[in-house]
Structures are given as C-alpha cells and as structure tokens.
Design a protein around this ligand. Sequence first.
Ligand code: SAH
Ligand code: SF4
Ligand code: F3S
Length: 439
Amino acid sequence: MTQSRKLFIKTYGCQMNVYDSERMAEALGGNGYDEVGSPEEADMILLNTCHIRERAAEKIYSELGRYKELKQAKPDLKIGVAGCVAQAEGAEIMRRQPMVDLVVGPQSYHRLPEMEARAGGREKVIDTDFPEEDKFAHLAARPKAKRGPTAFLTVQEGCDKFCAFCVVPYTRGAEVSRPVERILTEARDLVDRGVRELTLLGQNVNAYHGQGPDGRDWTLARLIRRLAEIDGLARIRFTTSHPNDMSDDLIAAHGDCDKLMPYLHLPVQSGSDRILKRMNRSHTRDSYLRLIERIRNARPDILLSGDFIVGFPEETDNDFHDTLRLIEEVGYGQAYSFKYSTRPGTPAAERAQVEEAVKDARLQELQALITRQQRAAQDAMVGREVGVLVERPGRMPGQVTGKSDHLHAVHMTADLNPGALVRVRIESSGTNSLAGVLV
Ligand code: SAH
Ligand code: SF4
Ligand code: F3S
C-alpha cells in the first residue's frame, strides 16, 4: 500500500497546461497523492508553467520564493516545476531556486511517478527529453470519478510553424497527432462520466492528422464527425487554429455538423503584410480576410475570436493602423491582445525593438476597439434564443450559469443541474455576461 499524501498543483498558461495538470494529478495518484487546494497542506507542490511571455516566466520564480518558508517548516515537502519554463530553462531553475527537487518537461509527464519516487532530500531529478513514445499512452487511465459537464482533450501537440516571436516550437517540440482510436476511447470515457462538451486541444489543432482505424491519416474534420456520433456528447469545440490549416472539410463541418459550435478562435496576430512576413506567419492580410469570408458563408452566425501582438519589432504606426483596420473589417466577438515580449532564442529577439511606451499606447487603443466589438456582439444576442449548457449554480440564490453556443456566459433563474442543455431567451446584456429566461 502506498501511503496517502497531498498534492497541490498550480497551473499557468494555456488550456493544454490545464489538461496536462489533470493528467499529471492522475499519474501521481498512483504514487498515493490526492489533490488539495492550498500549498500549505501539501506534501508536494507542482507548478505547471508557461514561457510564452517574459512576465509569465518570471512569475514562476516569485511563486517559488513564496514556498521557502513552507519548505523550511516541512523539509520533506517536494517541489516540482513542470511545463514550458521547465523545458526552456531546465537545470537553470534549480540553480536559481535550489529548493526545487524536480523539473519535468511537457513531453516527459509519463515518467513523473518514477521521478517523484526518486526526488527529495539531496536527490534532484530532471527530465526535459523529447522521447519517441506517446506520453499519453503511458499515463495511468483516468480514474472513474464523475466529471463536470465540460472537458478538454488534447488531440495534437507541438508546432512546426516557427513564428518569429514564439517559444512554443522549442518548448513543446514538433507537431504530433494522437491516433483516432485513443481519442475516441478517452472521449467515450469522459462522456460516460458526465461530460457533455469537449474542447479538442492542440497548438495547431486544425493541422491534426492522426492515424485513423483504417490506417490512414484523418483530418480534424473527420475526427469531429466521428466524435459527433457519440451519444450523450452534445457539443464539440476546438482550439487553437492556424489560418493556413483551415481546410475546406473543416469549414464545411462548421456548416453542417450540428454538434460543432459556432465559435472559432483564429489568430491573425497582425493586419500588416509587412509585419506578417517578418513574423513568418506565411499568410497575408488578404488571404486571412478571404478565409473569414468562406467560413462565414458556411456558418453565417459564427463568432470569431483572435490573438493580436502589438509592438512587434519594426512595427510602425502605419502597420499598427493596418491591424486596427483589419479588426474593424472582421468584427470579432472576442479577442486576446498582447504587447510583444522578447523571448530568448527566437529570431525576433535580435531585431530592432519598439519602445515600451509605444507598445503600451497601441495595446490600449487596440483593446478599446476589441472591447467595443465584444460588447456589440454580446448585445446583439438580446432577444435571441440560444442553447445553453448549464455549468454551475450562479452567484444569486436560485440562479444557474452556463455557456451559450457562442461561448457567452449566461445567467438565468432556474432549477437545473450542471450538464442540463436548455434553450434560453436572452433578455439583457451585462459587462461580461448575458441574462435570460428558459424557453
Ligand atoms: N498556437 C497558437 C497560440 C500560441 S500562444 C497559435 O498559433 O495561435 C498564444 C498567443 O500568445 C499567440 O497567438 C500570440 O498572440 C501570443 N504570443 C506568442 N508569443 C508571444 C510573444 N513573444 N510576445 C507576445 N505575445 C506572444
Ligand atoms: Fe507559436 Fe506560431 Fe506555432 Fe502558434 S503557430 S504555436 S504562434 S509558432
Ligand atoms: Fe505557455 Fe507552453 Fe501553453 S508556453 S501558452 S503553457 S504551450
């Protein structure tokens, strides 16, 4: 019998890290660990980290600093660093924070139980390999606990695109797709345990090309259509997509697959061809706009979301205005925007940098525009009838809250359990959510 111990995991970064944290918790379950909600009660602390921007990476060191007293009070406490900072900085983490016992990269999680058993005291353990084997195949099967109504499922990982600003191809490695059968097994298991909505994850999820049961490579569209046959699974989403991999069959699926939700995150990063070229994005402003038009022809009410970087090296006022004009032309329902952050080892780090004050001003202007569009898209839902998947009780007594097909948060007064899928008429639009009544 393994003794029972307590594990605290803190997750940073993208949804893939959220998924990975779940899988790591399960893997460590085999070593006798149960998850807890605070570092104070833990026998092991694991930080699952993000390296995408400088601030994200630096946060890890300040977080580790806060654990110093805990470690002094409880010398057996094990501290581990996983994820993309672990991959990028490796042994350097232990040099900067000697109390770290274990460093594990995102492709080595299946070795975590064995690493955990060895780590502690004087023993430091580090693994940042990119092994050949499929890490997911080696992870313990998910325990049969009941799940909430929504779940992430990683279908593809890594990236071969090498955008000039981005660390992901270095931290996550080359693009790899999981075989169809494995994904179906995991999806069915999740649905059996209460999941009604799956979000398929990949750094370039629409480049998915996993081996199908027929021995051939399947596209993401084909995988989605197969998943849609699972009884009890009501909704499918996927993220994040690259404009160059938005194939005809995937666009068609948005038009005719009922379970595929009318929401698409399709980052463009910039509206200036000059900057797109320097970013190594391999699409143009025009090719992106034409793509959006085809997607909207297939699914007119689709809500688009995007990512934008302001202050990329050599970005001029003109380039920035091209980005604003592109945003106006597309009309996003939602968008994320970031100041360019210099990442060591990426090509753009060597180029002429834009002043911080200029980046700040551009970010503010861009975000003001996005906020207006977001609000307009949300307000346009008032009076419409939408599908809502109930996720949890609301803040007010008698209220429940969930997400609409278009991924808006919706509150309503109703006696419903999480997992209920209902039709709701939207009556009002607030700062970040809609309110409605059951139809
Ligand atoms: N694979 C996805 C997302 C990658 S990271 C994609 O290709 O779209 C998520 C977002 O972070 C990116 O879309 C980009 O907008 C932003 N990002 C990546 N590197 C960055 C950097 N060095 N500085 C600022 N933002 C960055
Ligand atoms: Fe990074 Fe570009 Fe790959 Fe996205 S497509 S993960 S932004 S390199
Ligand atoms: Fe961050 Fe790694 Fe995701 S760098 S955004 S956690 S892939």
